[in-house]
Design a protein around this ligand. Sequence first.
Ligand code: NI
Length: 393
Amino acid sequence: MSNEQILKDAQQHSDWIINLRRTLHKHPELMYEEVKTSQLVRDTLDELGISYQSGLAETGVLASIGSGDGPCVGLRADMDALPIHEETDVPFRSEVDGKMRACGHDCHTAMLLGAARLLKEREADIKGTVKLLFQPAEEGGAGGKRMSDEGALDNPNVERIFGLHVWPQLPSGSIGSRMGTFLAAAGEFDIIVKGKGGHAAFPHFTVDPVTTSAKVITDLQTIVSRETDPLNSSIISVTKVHAGEAYNVIPESVHMAGTIRALTMDHFNWLQKRITEAATHIAAASNCEAEVKFPGNAYPPTINDGELWGRVQDFAEPLIGGDNIHEIEAVMGGEDFAFYTERIPGVFVALGIRNEELGTIHSVHNPLFKVDESVLSLGSALHVSFAFDALNG
Ligand code: NI
């Protein structure tokens, strides 16, 4: 069957896909709380007669279409929202104050459900198994790691995996990606600088953690600018600094925190080491103590398989034209699709949603983020084409 036919059929289901997306959009749920989202996924799979396993990674759903045996291909969507208060004017805006699906994960889930419907209609033609991974907690909770650890890629073993992300930097209906590293390794740091508090009029009786923290912050910036190869992209951003409460009191301690980004795990680990050394030594030189921690889940870089990206371009070209396929630069954002590509070949593709007339021009994680929903059916079709290319191609 042709990819053109798959796209035509996907477009027939466009309203159905958009409807699912809008329902999800109205009811955002944060990481590992995707209870209603997971329910909607399961209800929809039930309606379509597709079997699945639930309860992976708390709220994850793993659906399976085809023979149940290998070869096996994986298609992935994430389901979580962000703690952002929506400020768009869309009629289906978030009904929960302070929560918003501001990274398009509602679109990703709806597109994968669209793909599920198209694949079920063609189940007899599938030579092997297509696994659909609806995962929680992409936004920092490493839901992809838990899905992988809890067996989502096993039995039958997923040999290749595909994921899409809506991309406001690319024009609607176009796609983009690149061979190799596409998204950065990402992680967090916490630094507590401890001194000795006291009256701000008698600084000599205190050990000031504020001035010491200022030195630490300045020095952290030179790890990237002075110690790292300028062609090796990396970031250390201090994003939180919490010190005292009063005008006339030098506080006991200062807490600062931020993010680390790198294009390789080696460099990421080295940045962690240098942050620890810089903070503790500078603190010691100023009679303070620094405690450095790396909380949360460090995401590895998302590394695309070059051959798979080539195949996506081959099957997408007749659908959207070569001019709408872009080689794009790596970005320093993190993405937990990385936990799959760490284990098996995969490709993560950006799906353009930028349409000036519709005002879908705002970046993800922005309270004004909006999506050109007319491209969602294309996303579903790309998922299905990837599956058939991998299994039957
Ligand atoms: Ni996202």
